[in-house]
Unconditional design. Structure first.
Length: 420
């Protein structure tokens, strides 16, 4: 198990370019197999989740290379339709390959993705969407087998604005005959980015970023070039870092429009955020105000992925805050680890009450999941002494070169790759 050791107490100072969005690159990589052509994807972050997606593409017979932020995929050589269990389990969101494999080959086989650190991760909405488009599903020895000789456009009413189910439905619909209407669709920026990619491939898409999306397949272009949008959750994480440690940082390649709810929460705390031409200057002084009540919601509400880092930053603000988690059942697993550092946080069901302003001290803690790990890093910046964070493989799923990035922001951090 790798670890990071952070020595707290330093104000941040530095400048970085924000990584490309993990949660946009992954569905686009899945969609790249819709056509027997080439995709050149730029601004792709070097993450273990991206490596896992490339492993699935190669297993299916595609050629996929990654170098210096650019991924090149040639899916003309694709022959597979079965995603084996080990590959499914390497990346929680591998279910997003379902729609593309089904549309391209007329069949698909994958294992039920296990639950993950955030709680059970059902895929009923994904399955319903595939059935609406004409797929027949059967279960066999814990695996799901899909048959759909020809997907046909349909109306898909999503019970929840699920990001992944919206993406799977859009991708499958782009490979279907006729028009598909998706209602109660997720509105996240990553949905709009996927729509831009599918449009460049040749699909006709309306309403992406609203609750009602229409998709119509079309003749696919032989080669598609696309640049992934900036990672808004990584941006929120670095804003939380400067809120927690104090100081002033500059983030390049940030999209202000994707961060409205996040900006409001940090400004409420007294963090200064100044955006100009895609660059953000974020600064925080000694005194922070508590964010009061933060309720996670589907976009454009406050993003669940930014809840853990914001909670860690709120520890530095004298006063009480309440975090209401409405998206995932089990997204407070960073709390006991923060308590080891001296935090006073009390969880009651889906509400965590933070009693901020108490001094934090270094400790040995373990990242419970990707964003929980980011919360521990955020708190360690404000803690007295050294904090060693184990389980940083979770963090590296979503943050590119996290130790190098934090060092560029003035943090005293060391990575230890010793296993065991
Ligand atoms: C995406 O996950 C993101 N992952 C998550 O980011 C993010 O937290 C989440 O959207 C919410 O914004 C990627 O994009 C790769 P959902 P996804 O389907 O698609 C329930 C990170 O840290 N649901 O919108 O899996 C589900 O249980 C990750 O980067 C069903 O009930 O999320 C959850 O309660 C974590 N049935 C809610 O919907 C389904 O078929 C939202 O899940 C699907 C989902």
């Amino acid at each position: 198990m790798s670890s990071l050791t952070v020595t707290g107490g330093r104000r941040l100072s530095g400048e970085i370019s924000l990584q490309g969005a993990k949660n946009s690159a992954l569905p686009i990589l899945a969609a790249s197999i819709l056509s027997a052509g080439e995709t050149v994807l730029t601004n792709v972050p070097a993450l273990t989740d991206v490596e896992a997606a490339l492993a699935i593409l190669r297993h299916l017979g595609c050629r996929a290379e990654f170098s210096d932020g650019t991924v090149w995929v040639d899916s003309s050589t694709m022959t597979g339709w079965d995603i084996p269990d080990p590959l499914m389990r390497r990346m929680r969101s591998s279910v997003v390959f379902l729609g593309a494999v089904l549309a391209r080959t007329g069949q698909a086989a994958l294992s039920l993705p296990g639950g993950c650190e955030l709680g059970p991760r059902p895929i009923d909405l994904h399955l319903d969407a595939m059935e609406r488009l004409g797929a027949v599903i059967r279960r066999s020895r814990g695996r799901l087998i899909f048959r759909a000789p020809r997907l046909q456009g349909a109306r898909i009413d999503l019970r929840l604005p699920s990001v992944g189910a919206t993406e799977n439905a859009m991708i499958a619909a782009a490979g279907a005959r006729g028009l598909t209407l998706i209602t109660n669709a997720a509105r996240e920026p990553e949905i709009r980015d996927l729509a831009r990619y599918l449009t460049a491939m040749g699909a006709r898409i309306g309403g992406a970023g609203t609750s009602t999306v229409t998709v119509e397949g079309g003749a696919f272009a032989p080669i598609v070039r696309h640049r992934v949008i900036p990672d808004r959750i990584a941006a929120a994480t670095y804003i939380a870092a400067v809120a927690s440690a104090g100081g002033r940082i500059v983030l390049r390649q940030v999209c202000e429009r994707d961060l409205t709810a996040v900006n409001d929460a940090f400004r409420q705390m007294g963090v200064c955020l100044c955006y100009r031409c895609g660059t953000l200057v974020a600064a925080a002084g000694e005194r922070l105000k508590p964010p009061l009540t933060v309720t996670t919601r589907p976009y454009p509400g406050f993003p669940t992925d930014a809840q853990p880092p914001l909670m860690a930053a709120a520890l530095r603000a004298r006063g009480t805050s309440a975090f209401v988690e409405t998206i995932f059942e089990n997204r407070f697993r960073h709390v006991p680890e923060l308590v080891k550092m001296g935090a006073d946080i009390r969880v009651d069901g889906q509400v965590a009450r933070v009693f901020g302003g108490r001094p934090l001290h270094g400790a040995a803690v373990t990242a419970p999941d990707l964003r929980g790990g980011a919360a521990l890093l955020t708190a360690a910046l404000a803690a007295e002494g050294e904090t060693t964070i184990f389980g940083t493989e979770h963090i590296m799923r979503g943050y590119e070169d996290i130790d190098r990035t934090f060092r560029a922001l003035g943090v005293n951090v060391k990575r230890d790759e010793r296993t065991g």
